[in-house]
Ligand binder design. Structure first.
Ligand code: DI6
Ligand code: FE
Length: 413
């Protein structure tokens, strides 16, 4: 007579960076050396020191980790990775002295990617995005947020969001989509920003919500983007459709964007180089996560630092992401962002890893699902050939990922 096994899979001979603040060594990683992790029905069923495994366990598949480290699967919580073409020519212009804002005002920048993206088919977008997404996945990423925002009309925004959803299935990664219709003013609305915002609120957002193609709504609140008042209109429309909001806030100037985001109980406020202490306090009170984007900071040769010490002091969770986009962060390495967050922003390696796991989950509102090694969370894991977790932030250009697990199943990296 066969007996039903208790677990579907069990990892032993692994060290765990659980990223669970309540578990482990109190070292910022929730470290459990010589740990074990069991999975049942795609969820973590048991996690702890191997010596504490309950007696009488039975398992279908036992994995010998051979001394590797297991972490939560990494989460890239802010990307624009669906787009067509690239902007290497603008990179050369910027190196020759033209600024990002000047390029944007001259019809380049986001507008040039809009032209290429509108001309591309949905299949083209999937094909181009797949290369980028596979590079993220190869580094142990199991959840990725992807924004629209290069279509800027209803049909093309829907096309981008459908491509993003298809990419998740094609690449074996959980994709969360964000509608960023208010990313830039399309040329046909030149000088009529308020009319465009009306289109975003009255036509685009309802169409996206009806098609259930977005998990959240974002706005680029900036002097080269949309004003705080326009941002509020989009946020009101998002709330009316029951969608949570996020904000590109205070990247190039302080428009008190992070404070506005907090007022709307945004999941996250992102960039934050110019954010004031008042906004940080508001974020802390609202439970809004700070998403730091060191790739864009680096690539724009920004010198204004996000207010890390204040965020830390006020206990605002800090997440990290690639901001993968063709203009300001053509980057497909979340591990490189861990390193840059430490070297450029002085995060600790433990804060950096929390930024790409636990706090990235908060930035997407999915902290009850993923982001830690803890019972009942989804068994999305990454396995690393390292001897201590700080190596993930320390080595740049390296990829020590040797395994990836999604919903309890070993999947391709
Ligand atoms: N902030 C950014 O860093 C990207 N979008 C945004 O709102 C830049 C997007 C681009 O230049 O294509
Ligand atoms: Fe962005």
């Amino acid at each position: 007579m066969s007996i039903d096994p208790l677990w579907d899979a069990l990892w032993i001979n692994v060290h765990l960076a659980t990223m669970d603040e309540a578990a482990g060594a109190g070292d910022g990683y929730g470290t459990i050396r010589d740990g074990a992790l069991a999975v049942r029905d795609g969820r973590i069923a048991w996690v702890g020191p191997r010596r504490d495994l309950p007696s009488g366990w039975r398992v279908v598949t036992e994995h010998d980790g051979r001394g590797a480290w297991l972490t939560p699967g990494l989460i890239d919580c802010h990307t624009h990775l669906v787009y067509a073409g690239n902007r290497a020519d603008e990179f050369e212009m910027r190196l020759a002295g033209t600024s990002y804002e000047e390029i944007a005002k001259a019809g380049g920048g986001i507008a040039s990617t809009v032209r290429a993206t509108r001309a591309a088919s949905e299949d083209d977008l999937v094909a181009e995005g797949a290369g980028r997404l596979r590079r993220l996945v190869a580094e142990g990423v199991t959840t990725v947020e992807i924004k629209s925002g290069y279509g800027l009309d209803t049909a093309n925004e829907l096309k981008m969001l459908r491509a993003a959803r298809r990419l998740g299935k094609a690449c074996g990664v959980e994709v969360k989509t964000t509608f960023l219709g208010a990313h830039a003013l399309p040329p046909e609305f030149s000088g009529r920003a308020d009319d465009y915002i009306a289109l975003v609120c009255d036509e685009m957002l309802p169409a996206v919500a009806d098609a259930k193609l977005a998990d959240a709504v974002d706005v680029f609140c900036e002097h080269i983007g949309f004003t705080p008042a326009q941002t509020e209109r989009v946020f009101d429309a998002a709330k009316a459709h029951g969608l949570p909001v996020k904000l590109h806030a205070d990247q190039l100037s302080d428009l008190a964007g992070a404070q506005l985001a907090a007022r709307y109980r945004a999941l996250s406020a992102d960039h934050l180089e110019h954010t004031s202490v008042d906004s940080v306090r508001a974020m802390a009170e609202a439970g809004t996560t700070a998403v730091l984007l060191p790739g864009a900071f680096y690539f724009l040769r920004e010198v204004q630092q996000p207010p890390i010490a204040m965020l830390r002091h006020h206990r605002v969770p800090m997440a990290l992401a690639t901001d993968c986009n063709p203009g300001t962060s053509p980057c497909t390495s979340l591990l490189l962002m861990l390193n840059m967050a430490c070297t450029l922003f002085r995060l600790t390696p433990a804060e950096a890893l929390a930024g790409a796991t636990r706090n990235a989950a908060k930035a997407l509102g999915i902290e009850d699902e993923v982001g830690e090694l803890a019972p009942d969370l989804r068994a999305d894991l990454a396995l690393w050939d390292i001897s201590q977790p700080s190596e993930l932030a320390y080595a740049f250009g390296a990829n020590p990922c040797i395994g990836r697990v999604t919903r309890g199943r070993v999947s391709a990296t």
